[in-house]
Write a protein of this length. Structure first.
Length: 94
């Protein structure tokens, strides 16, 4: 069973939207005890610049994705702020 989460990203470097999307698209767990992946990422209009959809089986897996966005060398240069939303039911078939 998987949960669905969304990470909204505000950039500090305008024009880096597609770099962020490219870096996050297809990202998935490499550790055997983790089960998560980024299922979609795209630039958006409005107060946020990029939205990232991910699926995960445990809350700690979502934390792993958010932490990656905040500490990765390249991403941390482009991203100013994130906020994370999570679905309340584990009904996402991945």
């Amino acid at each position: 069973m998987y949960y669905r989460g969304y990470i909204l990203i505000r950039l500090k470097v305008i024009g880096s939207e597609w770099k962020v999307v490219e870096k996050l698209s297809g990202l998935k767990s490499t550790e055997s005890e983790e089960e998560w992946k980024v299922t979609y990422a795209t630039p958006i209009y409005g107060g946020w610049d990029v939205i990232v959809e991910c699926s995960f089986s445990k809350l700690k897996d979502l934390d792993r994705i958010v932490t990656f966005c905040r500490v990765d060398k390249e991403l941390s240069q482009w991203i100013e702020e994130t906020t994370t939303l999570m679905g309340s039911k584990n009904d996402y078939n991945s």
